[in-house]
Design a protein around this ligand. Structure first.
Ligand SMILES: *Cc1c(COP(=O)(O)O)cnc(C)c1O
Length: 357
């Protein structure tokens, strides 16, 4: 086990939090986990009061973008036990992102000890309302303070956590993006790295100005094959099958995506992971064969899509209350996290009390 030093805050902010009203991403708990990478290894893991960092203006991550992150959730089962959803998958993915960005890998045991110890310490911060959770944001970035495009020798890995309310997913409107791209073959689309999101801000803003919540990214060569949307993977429910774009390098390999595919297959639904053109989706819609579109990701779990726009034509989907596949999957994931249904896959892992806190 990793020896994590714990310095507790002298003044908890817990009592000042209105758990009935927690906007996403604005409230963080009392403590954070911090570990530094130097001389070729991760050193001196520590949990300390949440607070600002002192960063050199020469910090390499700020200049050249060696920065990656994860997004995961801890929630309470109905019996009050804090639990994590597939935490080991998040270690696998942050290390895949790290390799692509020439950053050091995080040992699985250190990542999991950090997550367990922090959630155990902050368990009072996990909101109790059904469907709510403690959102966890692990982040790793370069810390060398020297200019020049090069691989940093030092890094910081931090985990901050904060409560998020039950996500009442409003159906989203999507627009297929035919000018800008998110990722090209050989690029960094598969890495959860900061620059991907910076690059998405302008097209997202233009989409918003036209009344859309997010863009559907298309492939960079032909603007034909569907990739994903914003921070969600996409699923298309046809009359006889469910299709989701295959993750051949340009698409973020969502852990929710992977889980939904397993649930659908377990139910005997035909799921195809393959290149899917926007024309195929339009044609199916025109023939009445497209029943639902939904997005998947840790934050929303499953987000219904109410309409999409492609080349100035609007394609409306049926009312999202009738989207049995999407709504059923969202309820299944939430019921699994609450411990209401048997977790045959072993995805929901109880938080271990590691430290004597
Ligand atoms: C994080 C993310 C997703 C969803 O991944 P989950 O593991 O399901 O949360 C999808 N697309 C992008 C671009 C992402 O950053």
């Amino acid at each position: 086990m990793n020896n994590i030093k714990i310095t507790k805050t002298s003044q908890s902010r817990l009592s000042s939090v209105d758990f009935e009203n927690i906007p996403f991403g604005q409230t963080f708990s009392d403590h954070m986990f911090v570990v530094d990478y130097k001389d070729g290894k991760w050193q001196d893991p520590e949990i300390m009061p949440f607070g600002d960092l002192l960063i050199s203006p020469v910090n390499l991550a700020l200049h050249y973008g060696q920065s990656i992150f994860e997004g995961m959730k801890a929630s309470l089962k109905n019996d009050g036990t804090p639990a994590l959803f597939r935490p080991e998958q998040h270690v696998i993915r942050i290390n895949a992102s790290a390799r692509r960005m020439m950053m050091p890998e995080m040992p699985e045991s250190l990542f999991l000890d950090a997550v367990n110890t922090l959630v155990d310490l902050e368990k009072e911060w996990i909101p109790k309302a059904k469907g709510s959770a403690l959102y966890m944001r692990p982040i790793m970035f370069a810390t060398d303070a020297v200019l020049g495009v090069k691989v940093s020798n030092t890094y910081k890995f931090i985990i901050i956590v904060g409560p998020v309310g039950p996500y009442y997913p409003k159906p989203v409107k999507l627009i297929a993006e035919t000018k800008y791209i998110r990722a090209a073959n050989g690029g960094v689309g598969e890495a959860k790295t900061a620059g991907n999101y910076a690059a998405s801000l302008l097209p997202a803003q233009l989409a918003k100005e036209k009344g859309y919540d997010q863009v559907i990214w298309l492939d960079s060569k032909e603007f034909k094959y569907i990739q994903e949307a914003g921070t969600m993977n996409l699923f298309f429910v046809f009359k006889d099958k469910v299709v989701t774009p295959d993750t051949s390098g340009t698409i973020l390999k969502g852990i929710t995506r992977m889980s939904l595919i397993d649930l659908l297959k377990k139910d005997g639904v035909t799921v195809e992971e393959r290149p899917l053109s926007i024309d195929e989706v339009v044609e199916a819609h025109n023939k009445g064969n497209l029943l639902e579109i939904f997005g998947s990701g840790t934050a929303a779990v499953v987000a219904n899509v109410s309409e999409f726009c492609y080349k100035d034509k609007i394609y409306k989907l049926s009312d999202s209350s009738t989207h049995e596949t999407a709504n059923g999957l969202r309820e299944r994931i939430n019921a699994l996290r609450a411990g209401e249904i048997e977790d045959t896959f072993g995805w929901v892992v109880d938080v271990k009390s590691i430290a004597k806190v």
